[in-house]
Design a protein around this ligand. Structure first.
Ligand code: AMP
Length: 394
């Protein structure tokens, strides 16, 4: 990793602009329902304060699409951050503009100011140079600790780096990059990737790249049905991406050619819709009734996947094995979570759903590394260069 650490910067009395990931889930009353992302950024923020920096934090929250949407304000985050740090955190009314500039210039060492949601400005996601320059003017140094956004080239993580020479990665960013690099560089073998979730589309490229690196690919969740249909089988009403059947076939062909063992579910829990309180039946993949959907991997698939994971020395996991949010379809995900957690392998897990499932299963503490990221985690696993990481190179 050719990037500098925050520890290499002189932060004393400097305005330190830190890109964090405070994209936390909120309920209808704008209460934070999971503050893990705020907690994950604390070491970097606390370090900057200890070093006598004037700390300016910036983040996005949700998808306001360039408009100031009140329900996506970072005000609740400032409140929670202040509680966690035991010190006051000031909130700016915007992330750019005259008022913000004068608030930043009025900071004294040890102060913390949180800027309002970056994505209230459409220029953020467009990586618009003028907007990036305005952000950069708020800092003497720049620190990026938002690994979860590193697969996107936005103004606050890429554009801004063109305007500040003193730039570095925060502790969370370094931890994430180092763990994933370690898994990829010299993985203990056998190396297995467990991939689930609803859609193949977001994960195709990653799967294609993973075939070059792993010894086993285990595919569960809704996406498995695109692969099963590609093999010519009926899948009832299960979700499927018909336009990706050819690609699924080519991934399976590539795996075969490389000697990578590819596992698909052999049975599933089926129901007519993804809701609790209806009749659920276990069916083999060959016998899914035409009017039912496969909503979780079945007991035989749990055994198959568990046996495939036994003896592995590296396991990466992203995506649930079924509709785990609903009790009746959560068993596969929970059992695979426990299996991975009890493995002696180096275990690396990423993605919000997977993280939530691990919390629920009580197995999270036994995982070697849980990434805070979904997309960035997968893209880096797939061997992609992340613009939010390379922009920190000097
Ligand atoms: P993704 O965003 O692609 O990682 O998908 C995560 C979502 O996949 C979760 O909300 C699950 O409920 C959903 N999911 C997993 N398995 C299935 C399935 N068999 N059918 C429909 N949805 C599923």
């Amino acid at each position: 990793m050719g990037i500098t650490s925050i520890k290499d910067l002189d932060l004393k009395a400097k305005r330190v602009l830190i890109r964090v990931d405070f994209n936390v889930p909120l309920d209808n009353d704008c209460n934070i329902t999971d503050d893990a992302r705020i907690k994950a950024a604390l070491p970097t923020i606390q370090y900057a304060v200890e070093m006598g920096a004037k700390v300016v934090l910036m983040s996005h929250l949700g998808r306001p699409k360039g408009k100031a949407v009140k329900t996506m304000s970072l005000v609740p985050v400032a409140r929670r951050l202040s509680e966690l740090l035991g010190t006051s955190v000031n909130m700016a009314p915007d992330c750019i503009g005259e008022t913000v500039r004068s608030m930043v210039n009025g900071l004294i060492p040890g102060d913390i100011l949180l800027l309002e949601n970056l994505r209230f400005h459409i220029e953020e996601e467009k990586n618009e140079p003028g907007f990036a320059r305005e952000l950069a003017e708020l800092g003497d140094c720049y620190v990026n600790d938002a690994f979860a956004t590193a697969h996107r080239a936005h103004a606050s993580n890429v554009g801004v780096c063109n305007h500040i020479a003193a730039k570095a990665a925060g502790f969370l960013m370094i931890r994430e990059v180092e763990h994933i690099e370690k898994a990829l560089k010299d993985p203990g073998r056998p190396f297995a990737a467990v991939i689930g979730g609803a859609k193949v589309s977001g994960k195709l490229e990653v799967m294609e790249n993973l075939v070059d690196k792993v010894d086993k690919i285990i595919i569960g969740g809704g996406m498995a049905f695109t692969f099963i249909k590609a093999l010519g089988q009926e899948i009832g009403n299960s979700i499927v991406e018909d336009d990706l059947i050819e690609t699924a076939l080519s991934i399976m062909e590539k795996a075969r050619a490389k000697g990578v063992k590819l596992y698909l579910p052999v049975d599933c829990f089926c129901a007519s819709t993804a809701k609790d309180g209806q009749e659920v039946v276990v069916k083999t993949i060959q016998e899914i009734p035409a009017d039912l959907m496969g909503l979780d991997i079945g007991p035989s698939s749990i055994t198959l996947f568990s046996e495939a994971l036994e003896g592995c020395n590296t396991i990466v996991w992203n995506g649930p094995m079924g509709v785990f949010e609903i009790n009746a379809f959560s068993r596969g995900t929970m059992e695979i979570a426990k299996q991975i957690a009890s493995s002696k392998a180096l275990t690396i897990v990423g993605g919000g759903d997977t993280d939530a499932a691990l919390h629920e299963s009580g197995a999270i503490d036994k995982i070697d590394f849980v990434s805070t990221a979904g997309g960035a985690f997968l893209e880096m696993l797939g061997g992609k260069i992340l613009p939010g990481v390379t922009s920190l190179e000097i």
